[in-house]
Design a protein around this ligand. Sequence first.
Ligand SMILES: CC(C)(COP(=O)(O)OP(=O)(O)OC[C@H]1O[C@@H](n2cnc3c(N)ncnc32)[C@H](O)[C@@H]1OP(=O)(O)O)[C@@H](O)C(=O)NCCC(=O)NCCS
Length: 212
Amino acid sequence: MTDIVVIGGGGHAKVIISIIKKIKDFRIIGYTDLADRGDILGVEYLGSDELLRQVIRDHPSVTAVVGVGMLKNSDAHKRKQLFDLADSLGLNLPPIISPDAIINEDVEISDGTVVMDGVVINSGTVIGEGVILNTNCSVDHDCKVGSFTHVAPGATLSGGVTVGKNVLVGTGAVVIQHKEIVDNVLISAGSTVVKDILKTGTYFGSPARLKL
Ligand SMILES: CC(C)(COP(=O)(O)OP(=O)(O)OC[C@H]1O[C@@H](n2cnc3c(N)ncnc32)[C@H](O)[C@@H]1OP(=O)(O)O)[C@@H](O)C(=O)NCCC(=O)NCCS
């Protein structure tokens, strides 16, 4: 069993906790957050992130998962700060992969990434660090997903898509095959990307266009 502490106690953390429980290889020590949100699915509040040093003293081989989600690009910055904090404390951030996700052959998933229930990742795809592949999203063959990007529930990356860092591919959005999306882009929920997106910004609609 590997000890793990959850950093953050919101809705995203709750989903992660329920997945970690299904994996069974982990023992969840508790969660840290700025505020005490009470027990989350039976997991106790430990205190603020300051408490992490104490947790490491008490459980020297403890690992961590960042449970703070991403609803806009600026959240990626907050998430990165928490990853840096974990890193500075020497905490390992193993990828958390739901047993109810389908990960096909020849897929790379980096540390700190979470793969939720119902996700499908096809062969030849490389997923960076600290990525969120949210419930029921689909990442097809030969995609590249950059660090700290969030592919939201039900979104689809078709084959050969390259997505940069800190991108939010909104709920139910679709990216057709072989398109590229640069760093720090927000694809609005339900949009359809049919051309490369080479300029940072927020994109709406089908076909997705830059919001001016
Ligand atoms: C794009 C988005 C960030 C805009 O949020 P916002 O800046 O607060 O904008 P507003 O809600 O004020 O909407 C501004 C306008 O855009 C429209 N709009 C908002 N989201 C839209 C979307 N996904 N598709 C098309 N139009 C959209 C609104 O209807 C509104 O139109 P109006 O000015 O004619 O009334 C947000 O709607 C969105 O899609 N976020 C992604 C959510 C997501 O995927 N979350 C993942 C959860 S796990």
